[in-house]
Design a protein around this ligand. Structure first.
Ligand code: RTP
Ligand code: MG
Length: 148
């Protein structure tokens, strides 16, 4: 089953959105296979966002991601990478559709509440940056026979 990496960014934690965001993913039918609250170091943030190194927003992005605790998780499900990107909405909340997380909860591109990996390859890379193999749990939920 496909997996993705998701982060509730520091603004999402500070604004009490953890529960609402996790509920959206649970309601959709995705299975949480790993999850933790953590403080991201500059080194970790720079590795996560290394594709953006050198861009004008890079330093402010690293400041933002390291500005307070985040919730990181691994979600599993059919086409979960693309599905989570759709649920998150456009990068710039001004362009994110109502009903998406950024469309409903954010106003500014520099405070856009949520991250989701942009491909299966990115997901694998990001999962390995944030989680140890033994933190990823294998289990089944009885409700899943009503989802698939
Ligand atoms: P993310 O990686 O956080 O899920 O966001 P994304 O794929 O939708 O967007 P990406 O291009 O990867 O950008 C990463 C994060 O950098 C900040 N950003 N600021 N022009 C700007 O000021 C700008 N562009 C990007 C956003 O926080 C974005 O989520
Ligand atoms: Mg991205």
């Amino acid at each position: 089953m496909e997996r993705t990496f998701v982060m509730i960014k520091p603004d999402g934690v500070q604004r009490n959105l953890i529960g609402k965001i996790i509920s959206r993913f649970e309601d959709k039918g995705y299975r949480i296979v790993a999850m933790k609250l953590m403080q991201v170091t500059r080194d970790l943030a720079e590795r996560h966002y290394e594709e953006h190194r050198g861009k004008p927003f890079f330093e402010s992005l690293i400041d933002y991601i390291t500005s307070g605790p985040v919730v990181v998780m691994v979600l599993e499900g059919k086409d979960v990478v693309a599905g989570v990107r759709k649920m998150n909405g456009a990068t710039n909340p001004a362009e994110a559709a109502p009903g998406t997380i950024r469309g409903d909860y954010a106003l500014d591109i520099g405070r856009n509440v949520i991250h989701g990996a942009d491909s299966v390859e990115s997901a694998q890379r990001e999962i390995s940056i944030y989680f140890k193999e033994e933190e990823l749990l294998n289990y089944e939920k009885v409700t899943e026979k009503w989802i698939y």
